[in-house]
Design a protein around this ligand. Structure first.
Ligand SMILES: NC(=O)c1ccc[n+]([C@@H]2O[C@H](COP(=O)([O-])OP(=O)(O)OC[C@H]3O[C@@H](n4cnc5c(N)ncnc54)[C@H](O)[C@@H]3O)[C@@H](O)[C@H]2O)c1
Length: 360
């Protein structure tokens, strides 16, 4: 089979990780071209990763290279426009998180997928480690019983100099603070395991950093299956950690890591009466793959070859983005919010900060 023709737009920090992960997929993919508005970065990237075609703008790349898949690795404020151009040209898109600045932009991309027959996927790499796949399979098989309580903590540290990069900490370029930019990874995995959420009550604060956005949010989230989760998104935490905990009827499952996990970062504590059954299923489950861009890219390529929507699909990403919007809407209106409150009529549909943040 011919390799999938991939192009990269935006050749900054995360693009390097994309190029290296694509390289490890071998003959499955070929990196055919790259775009950046910064010529020096573009040249350095193309020289380093042996990319044959370099373009100063996306239109030229789409016309000349006709990639099957475009990885969008630019700051969030440009994702919508670039993804729309790719979909219009019939190229599939894998966009870095967050997929857009708001729900309205995401809905436009969902409509464009249908109209132009190309697919939009979002990078949420933590769904693809074997620990998460094993947990999901055990839950589906009924081994763990009902999910009851969950904890979802993104307690990271970003000092003031992090916000010196011009697109960070601003609503119109990053779309939000740690809720949108950092905790979104953990909240996406929470939703991948627990499914549809029904209500969120939240607060958001500017606790210590100078930025337009929050540097802290906290939320209680209810799910359709009856589970309730406590969520913290912080950039103020000197001992950094990404922590998810799921208390099921028959076991507690915990994940502790920072920016990526392996099998050893998971811990399961079975209820005494279910120990044998739960541990047998845990040991027999999928193993050996770390959460990583490469793990997701392998699934994206597999899906493109099979003609199925590449993961994480826009439908799945929309649920996570709605949760992000729900956190802001609840924090800034100071009342509980459900998905039905986030339709086109809501200011939080068009902008994550709604009509303007009202800090608690
Ligand atoms: N999945 C993850 O774990 C993860 C980690 C870090 C960053 N990210 C995401 O990756 C994206 C990029 O972050 P970064 O840290 O690499 O940013 P960066 O600033 O290092 O790089 C962005 C690059 O895009 C270029 N660019 C900007 N606008 C452009 C346009 N319109 N057309 C072409 N090129 C353009 C810039 O010149 C720059 O080279 C963000 O959405 C960020 O949230 C994801």
């Amino acid at each position: 089979m011919e390799p999938v023709r991939v192009a990269v737009v935006g050749t900054g920090n995360i693009a390097r990780l994309h190029a290296e992960a694509l390289g490890r997929l071998g003959d499955e993919v070929r990196l055919v071209g790259a775009v950046d508005v910064d010529g020096a970065r573009l040249s350095a990237f193309c020289d380093r990763y042996d990319v044959p075609a370099r373009h100063p703008d996306l239109a030229g790349l789409l016309e000349k290279e006709q990639p099957e898949l475009v990885h969008i690795c630019t700051p969030p404020g440009s994702h919508h426009e670039l993804a729309l151009a790719c979909l219009r040209a019939g190229s599939n898109v894998l966009v870095e998180k967050p997929p857009t600045l708001n729900l309205a932009e995401l809905e436009e991309l969902v409509a464009a997928e249908r109209r132009y027959g190309a697919a939009l996927a979002t990078v949420f790499q933590h769904r693809f480690g074997t620990g998460a796949l094993r947990l999901r399979a055990m839950l589906d098989a009924g081994v763990l019983g009902r999910p009851l309580v969950a904890v979802c903590h993104t307690t990271w540290l970003r000092t003031q100099d992090y916000f010196d990069v011009e697109w960070r900490g601003r609503w119109d370029t990053e779309g939000g603070g740690p809720t949108m930019g950092h905790g979104i990874h953990q909240m996406d995995l929470l939703c991948a395991i627990l499914g549809d959420w029904t209500e969120v009550s939240a607060l958001a604060r500017q606790q210590a950093r100078r930025s337009e956005t929050e540097d802290l949010s906290m939320a209680h989230v209810s799910f359709a299956n009856g589970a309730v989760a406590s969520v913290v998104n912080s950039l103020l935490s000197t001992r950094e950690e990404s922590y998810l905990r799921f208390d099921f009827e028959r076991a507690t499952v915990e994940l502790t890591h920072l920016y990526g996990y392996g099998d050893d970062d998971w811990r399961i504590t079975p209820a005494p009466e279910y120990t044998d059954e739960v541990l047998a299923a845990w040991r027999a489950g999928a193993a050996g793959v770390r959460s990583s861009h490469q793990a997701q890219f392998a699934e994206v390529v597999r899906s493109l070859r099979a003609g199925t929507p590449p993961p994480v699909s826009s439908v799945e990403a929309r649920r996570t983005m709605r949760l992000v919007a729900g956190v802001y809407a609840s924090a800034f209106t100071r009342r509980p919010v459900g998905p039905a409150d986030l339709t086109e009529a809501s200011p939080f549909h068009r902008r994550m900060q709604g009509d303007g943040p009202r800090w608690s």
